[in-house]
Design a protein around this ligand. Structure first.
Ligand code: C2O
Length: 361
């Protein structure tokens, strides 16, 4: 085998074999004998769906959103779409369960350029599964706009209310609630996007300081610190490169910080669920957190500058993944299909102010 540096074209990752899955953390999704659709075509006739900020949802939307997760949680685990299997799929991909004999180390979708597109696909299929369960093709996931530092309630940079109330709308347990959360992430507390600290009382002065540093962090991760695509998306990752070579700016902070801050520090396994790769997709807020990450990818591309473009390396574009679609079938996709959310996937994001663009500079 020749030794290639990570900047030279090599071999893209093909789909993993679900038979070659290391179940040491109970991550491996079914079926163990996989059959999948080879040539998945996206349904470009879907209605355009607009993903909205989770702190601004209306009651009718919330009722539908809750219903969707209630139905998802009710699916049997023989169904690849089930609540548990969705979380397992994330666990398997994110926590090194898949093995490629030709690769160095176990495959994983963090700390490299596959981070953004893998999670985009995962959310897309998750959203389509929920839509199918609701029998409503207009259903769109919300996004958790933690980069918005607005001081008036409803707070964006705190856990949105919709996830907070365990008995919302008289449910015995709201389907959007998760027990393994950090109480300190609940309103009126706001997050420090840069640093996970002990839970301290947040005085108005401390909150004002946090808002300032959060805006500066966002400006740095999106603008000054990521003028070219490799810095934004992370390091190249091919069959012959080591896993975990380097996260992009946003993946490192605030993506990681929001995870760690939301998970329960006093859970049996500390920082469960959101703070651990293997459990994080058990919290419904995971999908809204990644909605914001996905939105920031679009924002980054829209910022001025000649180098704010998607990666065009063929190894990136030809990297393949397997997901469960809305019918519970395994489908093969490749990153080249992930780059045009409007035409391919038929969703977009509500325009929000991105005020760190002014306030963080
Ligand atoms: Cu695969 Cu935010 O994690």
């Amino acid at each position: 085998m020749s030794s290639r540096s990570s900047t030279v074209q090599g071999l893209p990752f093909p789909i993993p074999s679900f038979n070659n899955c290391n179940n040491f953390e109970g991550c491996c999704p079914p079926p163990y004998n996989q059959t999948f659709k080879h040539f998945y075509k996206f349904d470009t006739k879907l209605p355009m769906r607009t993903r909205r900020p989770a702190h601004l949802l209306d009651d009718a939307y919330i009722a539908k959103y809750q219903k969707a997760y209630e139905l998802l949680r009710a699916l049997p685990d023989s169904d690849g779409r089930s609540w548990k299997n969705q979380a397992k799929l994330h666990c398997a991909y994110c926590d090194t369960a898949f093995f490629f004999p030709e690769a160095i180390g176990r495959f994983q979708v963090h700390y490299s350029w596959v981070f953004f597109p893998w999670h985009r696909f995962f959310l897309y299929f998750h959203e389509r599964i929920l839509a199918k369960l609701l029998n409503d093709d207009t259903f769109a996931l919300p996004f958790w706009e933690w980069d918005n530092q607005t001081p008036e309630p409803p707070l964006a940079n705190s856990l949105p209310e919709v996830y907070v109330n365990p008995t919302y709308q008289n449910y015995k347990e709201s389907s959007l609630y998760d027990v393994n959360r950090n109480p300190c992430a609940y309103p009126p507390n706001i997050m420090d996007l840069q640093l996970v600290t002990e839970c301290v009382p947040q005085t108005p002065g401390l909150q004002a300081a946090l808002r300032g540093s959060n805006n500066r962090l966002m400006y740095n991760q999106m603008v000054t610190g990521a003028p070219v695509n490799r810095l934004f998306f992370g390091e190249a990752y091919r069959l012959e490169s080591w896993p975990g070579l380097g996260a992009g700016t946003i993946e490192a902070f605030p993506h990681g910080t929001v995870h760690d801050w939301t998970g329960d520090p006093s859970a049996k396994v500390p920082t469960s669920d959101m703070g651990l790769f293997r459990f994080s997709a058990y919290d419904p807020v995971f999908y809204a957190h990644h909605g914001n990450i996905d939105r920031l990818w679009e924002v980054w591309k829209s910022l001025p500058g000649d180098y704010r473009n998607d990666i065009t390396d063929p190894d990136y574009l030809n990297t393949e993944f397997l997901f469960y679609d809305e019918n519970g079938d395994l489908v093969k996709v490749k990153i080249a299909q992930a780059l045009d959310i409007g035409n391919t996937f038929r969703y977009n994001y509500e325009n929000v102010s991105n005020s760190w663009l002014q306030e963080g500079s």
